[in-house]
Ligand binder design. Structure first.
Ligand code: GTP
Ligand code: SPV
Ligand code: MN
Length: 601
């Protein structure tokens, strides 16, 4: 505590009494040497003040307030537009504990290397201390963290995405909080590192200013650290949307869904039912992360630990996602979109393209420009509470019981629109063998189909072999496990056009799914056909009333090609062979799939 006194004169607004937090702040300040240390209280005045400061330096651009009250635009550096998976590490004492799919560094080496990058990184800057909570107020699942950062953009995003400031202070008990240290540093790609120390409940992130790398409550805590804790404590932290579906006869179902980054979670979670499917109501609980635990009733329960949406901008419009469009009309931070002359914003896929504007790099843009005005991974940060379709259960500390778990990918071929697993174990296999085309949400991956088990390849904080075992184990402990499905909105025809209309029309697939989960439905078997990969809808079982789609296209969407699937099995085998800790139940599932395929026509 001696050192503390040395820097007390730098403290502003310090309301924290917890000595472990103060020690953490003090140590970080000794390393980073900020000019000032500011404790965020989370108030409205503070938001105004910090926004004003960031506008002065150009870190934020104020949008036309009469049209978009409380909205601002931020541009990241050109080399800092998405997560950098090759620079993201799990730093466990033993390399095997990080597993074959994570980058690994020994904790000692990581602290040493990053320590050099952090040294004096905040000279001339203010250090912001953000106490925050991931979870639902009152929930036993909640996790507390303290993020230290030199970025106002981070503070303002964290205040949307999580619960920050004074309201959290009393919840920090002893040293039971995640210590997150972030500095923009010099944004150099060579020295960028996002390191997780699950054994120390610590995250260090340096030389980036991009959301997924720097909003440490989100992917770093709520997925990587939380998945590690979930395994120890018997629950799951997943890259999943959470939605509520009310059927025309008033029944309510909750569905959780894991699709890889930029593969449709936000859009599905808040879809608007098509007019030709009357009586349905869809409400959102979450669009990116779900924490799930086994309830006393033997069902799987889930909460969304986030308080905001950090959503993909391009492709969002009044037709594809009206609820998102209505949500982002106020108090929203836009990152890397096009700025119009009237100080409003536009992006590819939105109505009424302007003639000209300033693109995401800050350069002049016209509609003739070859380059898009908006970065493909541009994002909005917006409070969940502003969504007109928010479920009232969003703030239920107990969460909601999940009837169906969806896995989904972006696959132009091979994978049908939807299929159902035979049972939990087979469902875990389906999740573990998820393969999807890479997207702009991560830098430097190119355009390939890659294995992304449970959409967690970038986010699992421990050995994925152990992760699969954990999933299998949970199934054994649940009396009423949810059913597991796979969906693919992205199958294309020979001309390269999407076969399925997607977006709101995806409710037609969700309808089939919840009918398969409905204990009152005696028609289940008639509506599904058994195939080697799982149950697929009977050709007439997907309601296509009101959309123009030919029988032929539906057939193609639901088709399973034996040879393509045998090749798929070969890819899965290659992927599985990376693991020393692959549960034998899953290798057996792979053999069984091959047998079923070989014996089929
Ligand atoms: P992260 O936030 O990165 O985890 O992504 P996400 O899974 O929430 O993806 P999101 O819903 O933001 O969708 C990503 C992109 O896919 C957007 O450009 C959408 O317009 C597009 N998309 C979403 N749903 C569909 C669909 O059903 N069909 C088609 N063709 N495109 C879709
Ligand atoms: C994702 O990439 O899956 C996201 C955006 O949800 S980020 O928070 O940047 O990771
Ligand atoms: Mn995501």
């Amino acid at each position: 505590m001696e050192n503390l006194n040395k820097i007390t004169n730098k403290y502003i607004n310090n309301y924290i009494k917890n000595k472990y937090v103060l020690e953490f702040v003090n140590k970080s300040a000794e390393l980073c040497e900020p000019d000032k240390i500011y404790f965020c209280n989370g108030s409205e005045e503070e938001k105004k003040f910090l926004t004003g400061e960031a506008i002065k330096t150009g870190e934020l651009i104020e949008l036309k307030q009469e049209k978009f009250p409380g909205c601002v635009l931020h541009r990241t550096a050109i080399n800092d537009v998405a997560r950098t998976e090759h620079l993201t590490y799990i730093c466990t004492t033993k390399k095997e504990d990080a597993g074959p799919t994570n980058n690994w560094m020994a904790p000692k080496d990581a602290y040493e290397e990053l320590g050099e990058y952090f040294r004096d990184s905040m000279k001339g800057r203010t250090m912001y201390v953000i106490p925050f909570m991931m979870g639902v107020p009152g929930s036993k699942m909640n996790k507390i963290g303290v993020e230290i950062t030199d970025s106002i953009y981070v503070v303002l995003n964290m205040r949307i995405m999580t619960h920050i400031g004074r309201i959290v202070a009393d919840d920090i008990i002893g040293d039971n909080f995640t210590k997150g240290l972030h500095s923009k540093g010099d944004i150099s790609l060579e020295k960028r590192r996002i390191c997780h120390f699950p054994e120390d409940n610590t995250i260090w992130s340096i030389n980036s200013g991009y959301g997924g790398n720097v909003l440490l409550g989100k992917k770093c805590l709520a997925l990587r650290i939380a998945s590690y804790l979930g395994r120890k404590e018997g629950w799951l932290a997943e890259h999943m949307l959470l939605m509520e579906i009310q059927t025309p006869d008033g029944k309510i179902f909750y569905v959780a869904g894991a699709f890889p980054s930029s593969c449709g979670k936000t859009n599905l979670s808040m879809l608007i039912p098509p007019e030709s499917l009357p009586g349905y109501k869809v409400r959102v609980l979450g669009d990116d992360i779900a924490w799930m635990y086994i309830g006393d009733d033997g069902r799987l329960w889930a909460i969304n630990p986030e308080a905001g949406f950090f959503g993909v901008v391009p492709g969002t419009n009044m037709k594809t996602n009206k609820n998102a469009m209505l949500t982002i009309q106020k108090n929203t931070i836009f990152t890397n979109v096009l700025l119009k002359e009237d100080k409003t914003v536009w992006w590819e896929g939105m109505e009424n393209p302007p003639d000209k504007g300033i693109d995401w790099k800050g350069d002049a843009w016209t509609k003739e420009s070859k380059e898009p005005g908006t970065h493909p991974n541009s994002r909005f940060t917006t409070p969940t509470s502003q969504c007109p379709a928010l479920s009232s259960e969003f703030s239920n500390p107990k969460g909601v019981p999940v009837s169906a778990v969806l896995f989904g990918g972006r696959r132009g071929n091979v994978v049908p629109l939807v299929y159902e697993s035979f049972n939990w174990k087979h469902g875990v296999f389906i999740g573990a063998t998820l393969r999807s085309e890479t997207t702009a949400a991560a830098m430097g991956l190119g355009k390939i189909v890659r294995n992304d088990p449970m959409a967690m390849i970038p986010f699992c904080g421990y050995n994925m072999g152990d992760y699969f075992a954990h999933w299998l184990d949970l199934g054994k402990r649940m009396k009423f496990p949810p059913k597991i499905f796979f969906v693919n909105w992205f199958r294309k025809n020979r001309e390269g056009k999407f076969l399925w209309p997607g977006y709101g029309e995806n409710l037609r697939v969700i309808e089939w799914i919840i009918k398969q989960c409905d204990s009152d439905n005696n028609n289940k078997e008639k509506e599904a056909v058994e195939t080697p990969v799982g149950y697929v809808p009977e050709i007439d079982a997907i309601n296509t009333k009101g959309i123009e789609i030919s029988k032929q296209d539906i057939k193609e969407l639901l088709s399973i090609d034996k040879n393509e699937w045998l090749e798929e099995a070969d890819e899965v085998e290659k992927f599985f062979s990376k693991f020393d800790r692959m549960p034998k139940e899953l290798t057996k599932e792979l053999n069984d799939l091959r047998e079923r395929l070989k014996n089929s026509k």
